[in-house]
Design a protein around this ligand. Sequence first.
Ligand code: RIB
Ligand code: CA
Length: 328
Amino acid sequence: MTDRTLPPSAVPLPIIIDSDPGIDDMLALLLALASPELDVRGISVSYGNTTVENAFRNAVAILRRAGKRTTLAVGARRPLKRPLAVARDTHGESGLGYAELPPSGVILDFVKSLDRLLAEQPEPVTLVTLGPVTGLALALRSDAEMVRAKVGRHIAMIGNIGAQGNTTKYSEFNAWCDPEALDIVLRAELPTEMVGLDVTREIVLAQHETTRLQHAGAPQARWINDALRFYIEFHKQQEGLDGCIVNDVLPIAALLKPAALTFEEQLLVVGLDDAAHRGHTRIDPHGSRVKVATRVDVGLVRPLLSERVFRWAVHQTATPIVSQEAGV
Ligand code: RIB
Ligand code: CA
């Protein structure tokens, strides 16, 4: 039970993260796991940047290197109806660029699903989605009433309004992967907050900021940098950027620093066609109510990453040993 004697700010915020790790997801997960203000009740993995099997393996590797434990679940293995397409060019064959990883399993039977993970929460949680929202759509299809009871807040890295897309000219990747799932989530009118490309494109990790990771002797620093190197190469080639856009860090940072984001309530729809407007999120008077992040104070975000992830990594001289007993 939550200790009611503590001031609200002292009681860690219970969150569940649905993620497709993914290099920027990796930084977001490391930031969340390093933040005492957050109680990470579980991580559900999804296809998206990579296959769900790789995402599961990557999440385990991230937890092991962070020396943390939490419940792992599966959000979604594939889109609701669209063919599975993963972002090998952006995140590499493994999903974590050049980072060293053990082989991924191929069978995820009997791994808890996101709806089971939500249902077992003793109180409402903040659901953070950092990939396609197929897992949340499946949970809504299975038991919408339970989802409404257990998801007190949904903050999603997804979509774009004024910003150019990163998958088609109009569409952002997480929305593009499964627009039908996003349509279900929008129509459910959960307390959804959209953290889209309009603000995440400002969260750029410059190449020089990764230099101390490159030259650190610490294994965690080298591992994180091996993942980031791939991501920076992609951004240089695709966007002529001297760095990389770490989209998924922003929803986690916003939980830690609420003043980092300014929101406006909008009515949104998502494109369901098969062409350039597939997954295109746009304002429409017949749309669903969503709080859309319109401005970001990058100065509140950057120190979190450098102090809680990079400074930690360069001082980690050994990989923490996490007891391997089953379950949490
Ligand atoms: O469009 C960016 C989003 O798609 C990020 O969440 C990235 O990890 C990919 O999932
Ligand atoms: Ca992601």
